[in-house]
Design a protein. Structure first.
Length: 278
C-alpha cells in the first residue's frame, strides 16, 4: 500500500489546493509531501500560517496566493464546519469538470457541498482522525455520482498517506463513523486519564500512575494493531478466572459499565454530527 500511495502521489497530475492547514490539514500535507507530492504542486489557503508553512513556501509551496492558480486537480477542504460557507465561496476559480473536491469537514454533507460548489462538481466526503499526525489514522470516505474511477484512486491515495482508508456507499453512515473513529481518539485518551486517576486513588504516585496508564493504552493499542485476533479474544486472553483482571471487568462490564456508557456517548456524538449538517 505504501509503495502504491507513493507512486500515485509522485505522479499526481497538477495542482492540489488545501483549504485550511490546522492540525488535520497540516497532518495530511505532511503525509503527502513525505510520500512524493512536490511542494510546488500545492496551494495552501490558511489565514494564520505557522512556521512550517512559511518554510514550505520558500521551497515552492504557494501560500495564500494573491492571484489564483490554474484549475486544480484536487481541492481538499479541511476547515471547521462552521467556517464552511466562507471557505467555499472562494473556490470556484480552482474547480472545473476535471477537479475533484475532498472534504473532511465534520457534519457537512455532500448535498451541502453540491449546493455550494459549481454544478456537477466531483465530491468525496471523508472523516479521518487525529492519529493521522503519525500516519496511523483511519479515514472513511463516500463519493457523489460525479466521481470517476481515477478521482476515487487519487482520493484514496491522499487519504492513505495518513493511514488506513475505508469506503462506504451510504452517506448516512458518516455520522456514526464520525462518532466512532473521528471522535474516538478522545475516548481512548480519556481512558488513559481515568486509569491514571484510578491508580492515584489506589496509592500510586501521580507520575508513575500517568506513565503506567499511558504506556499500557499505547502498548495494548499496538498489540491490537499487529494482531489478527479480535478485541474480545485479546481481552479474554488477559483475563484469568477469579483474578485481578476479572474483578475489574466485572465492574466495567456491568449493566451500567463501559460498554453502555460508550454506546450512549457514540449515540450523542452521532446526533451532534447530524445537527452540524443543519
Amino acid at each position: 500500500m505504501a509503495n502504491r500511495v507513493a507512486k500515485t502521489l509522485a505522479k499526481f497530475p497538477g495542482t492540489l489546493v488545501l483549504v485550511g492547514a490546522g492540525r488535520m490539514g497540516s497532518a495530511m500535507l505532511e503525509g503527502w509531501l513525505a510520500r512524493g507530492l512536490k511542494a510546488r504542486q500545492v496551494v495552501v489557503i490558511e489565514p494564520q500560517p505557522g512556521k512550517v508553512l512559511r518554510s514550505l513556501a520558500r521551497r515552492g509551496l504557494r501560500l495564500n496566493p494573491k492571484i489564483k492558480a490554474t484549475v486544480a486537480a484536487a481541492v481538499v477542504i479541511a476547515v471547521k464546519p462552521q467556517n464552511a460557507s466562507e471557505a467555499l465561496q472562494s473556490l470556484s476559480g480552482y474547480i472545473d469538470k476535471s477537479t475533484f473536491v475532498l472534504s473532511i469537514m465534520a457534519g457537512r454533507t455532500i448535498g451541502f457541498l453540491e449546493n455550494s460548489l459549481p454544478l456537477r462538481t466531483a465530491i468525496v466526503r471523508a472523516m479521518p482522525n487525529t492519529p493521522a499526525a503519525i500516519g496511523r489514522g483511519i479515514s472513511v470516505a463516500v463519493a457523489n455520482a460525479n466521481i470517476s474511477g481515477q478521482h476515487r484512486n487519487q482520493a484514496s491515495s491522499l487519504l492513505a498517506a495518513i493511514g488506513e482508508v475505508e469506503w462506504v456507499r451510504d452517506e448516512r453512515l458518516m455520522d456514526a463513523v464520525t462518532a466512532v473513529s473521528g471522535s474516538g481518539p478522545a475516548y481512548v485518551f480519556l481512558l488513559a486519564e481515568a486509569m491514571a486517576s484510578g491508580g492515584i486513588a489506589s496509592g500510586l504516585p501521580p507520575a508513575l500512575a500517568t506513565r503506567l496508564a499511558r504506556e499500557t493504552v499505547a502498548g495494548a493499542g499496538e498489540l491490537m494493531h499487529r494482531s489478527d485476533v479480535d478485541a474480545a479474544t485479546l481481552r479474554q486472553n488477559v483475563t484469568s478466572p477469579g483474578g485481578t483482571t476479572a474483578a475489574a471487568l466485572e465492574v466495567l462490564m456491568g449493566p451500567e459499565g463501559l460498554e453502555r456508557l460508550l454506546t450512549r456517548a457514540i449515540e450523542a456524538a452521532t446526533r451532534r454530527s447530524r445537527d452540524l449538517a443543519g
